[in-house]
Design a protein around this ligand. Sequence first.
Ligand code: NAP
Length: 279
Amino acid sequence: MAKKEDILYTGASPTSLVGSRVVELLGGIAPSHEELDILKPETFTKFNPKVLVHFAALTNVNGCETDPENAHLINVVGTENLVQYFGSRGVKIIYISTDYVFDGKEGPYDEDATPNPINIYGKTKLEGEKIVTSTSGANTIIRIAFPYRLSGTKSDTLRWIIGSIMDKKEVSVFDNLKANFTFIDDIANALTQAIEKDFKGILHVTGNEISTVYEIANMVVDTLGKEYSQYVKPKHFEVSDGVADRPLNGGLISQYKETLGIKMTPLIDNIRKIINSRK
Ligand SMILES: NC(=O)c1ccc[n+]([C@@H]2O[C@H](COP(=O)([O-])OP(=O)(O)OC[C@H]3O[C@@H](n4cnc5c(N)ncnc54)[C@H](OP(=O)(O)O)[C@@H]3O)[C@@H](O)[C@H]2O)c1
């Protein structure tokens, strides 16, 4: 296992959703955006890691659609810069990617499925994947989906749903979009296993449940009590101006998770924990 000080992260500043929690759990070097700007290779030279975990990205899916140049710059050129500098120095690169590389026509998808992204975010993340894998067979792609945590500065879809329902605010949630919520602590464990066992290639790390967002909101209602059902309203996802298309029938499964000893926490356990922490 690489020592903590040998692991460098991009995009793991305290305001980030996934990286900030992973660093809390695993330790390592997590420079701010300014200290390590993936668009400014001159900021790379003070770092000398053995493993680079690349979280930094433009993650706003609609934002990528309306500003494709910026999405390309951060998600593709930024990744290319890192691979050129750190890859050429023998650093193992672990690129954090997404279920949005698939079209969501016939999910769920395993690691051998052929990507076919339907929005700019997915297209630019797939380009990033290709850059990372084509330069070295030793590199790793970890695809995640709908990451959530129990607490933290930046909100996520699961905590937004639970918080709104508990605050008795109406939530309109998609009944035709399947979500594959993934506990970020489990992603951190998967990263440890991937580094320790020197996993190479593509690895899917997502929760075991694949349900529509509406069904998940109803799991929350079942836990809180039927009187909360009035706050959950179904709505249908449709593409419109400024709204990127989504892989509706998506979700990821894995051929390798079990052999690597990666276990995923049941979603219902964490729904209960988040509810209890807010009571
Ligand atoms: N969130 C999701 O639903 C989701 C789903 C599937 C996959 N993923 C993937 O998981 C990874 C982490 O996602 P996240 O939700 O944690 O992202 P996030 O909360 O949006 O954080 C992105 C991070 O990237 C940093 N960043 C942006 N531009 C940068 C640059 N030029 N140089 C250095 N750092 C830069 C940001 O720093 P500042 O904030 O300081 O600018 C921030 O720390 C991403 O690769 C994403 O594609 C996310």
